[in-house]
Write a protein that binds this ligand. Structure first.
Ligand SMILES: O=C[C@H](O)COP(=O)(O)O
Length: 258
């Protein structure tokens, strides 16, 4: 039985400028102790413009907090105005990169094909993808949430070798629970996360499936995180709004105390 270290990641979305980012990470660093990092991997996912400042702080103060980006280009370089490449993020020593967040799928028309290309670009440059999948409300109401989410999973993982797949992080984020305050019931979240692990076992092997960390995301707060984390196939949370409040995010990291 593989032991998976929980990953609590704060997706700041389009919030906090680079000065605010420094103050925020300093607050987190001040509050978090070695025992927190021993139990949980903690990461922040700031906007691109903050990454250099966060890197300087993390390097300079030798912080144990990890960081990453919210998106990556499928291309390595070239005439792609506005895009940020894998090599650029690798140079900033990012550990993680969020790929296929529902806000990218919805507002930037990202398809499973593009998401798959971005996953491959991330691995090519030594970044660990946090691959986001999950259904909209109408899909859940129709009872198609598992099929829909597994189709996105298969699309995102297409042609990915097992040695890469085993280190990917999957974030199950039901779109209707994002930023709405409507948290998906822990049983419902577990149902989909178990199905995700089952599909990975089918696509690769049980050994690979046992290694992959699956996060839940959607209105996670200190008040509901413990119940969610009690589920066997949920290995962490991708936290949006609540990660902007340092005290609240620290409480989420300390989910075992809630
Ligand atoms: O990436 C994070 C998710 O979209 C969840 O956002 P939220 O915690 O604000 O609902």
């Amino acid at each position: 039985m593989t032991t998976r270290t929980p990953l609590m990641a704060g997706n700041w979305k389009m919030n906090l400028n680079h000065l605010e980012a420094i103050a925020h990470v300093q607050k987190l660093a001040f509050a978090l102790a070695d025992k927190d990092y021993d139990a949980v991997e903690v990461a922040v996912l700031p906007p691109f413009t903050d990454l250099r400042s966060v890197q300087t702080l993390v390097d300079g103060d030798k912080l144990k907090i990890k960081y990453g980006a919210q998106d990556v280009s499928a291309q390595d370089s070239g005439a792609y105005t506005g895009e940020i490449s894998g090599p650029m993020l690798a140079k900033l020593k990012c550990t993680y990169v969020v790929i296929g967040h529902s806000e990218r799928r919805q507002y930037h028309n990202e398809t499973d094909e593009l998401v798959n290309a971005k996953v491959k670009a991330a691995f090519k440059h030594g970044l660990t993808p946090i691959l986001c999948i999950g259904e909209e409300l109408h899909v859940r109401e129709a009872g198609d949430h598992v099929t829909h989410t597994l189709t996105q999973l298969e699309g995102g993982l297409k042609d990915l070798p097992a040695e890469q797949a085993e280190s990917i992080v999957i974030a199950y984020e039901p779109v209707w629970a994002i930023g709405t305050g409507k948290v998906c019931g822990s049983e419902d979240a577990q149902e989909v996360c178990a199905a995700i692990r089952g599909k990975i076992a089918e696509l690769y092997s049980q050994d690979v499936a046992d290694k992959v960390r699956i996060q839940y995301g959607g209105s996670v707060k200190s008040g509901n995180v413990a119940e969610i984390m009690a589920k066997p196939d949920i290995d962490g949370a991708l936290v949006g709004g609540a990660s902007l409040d340092a005290d609240e995010f620290v409480k989420i990291v300390r989910f075992r105390d809630q």
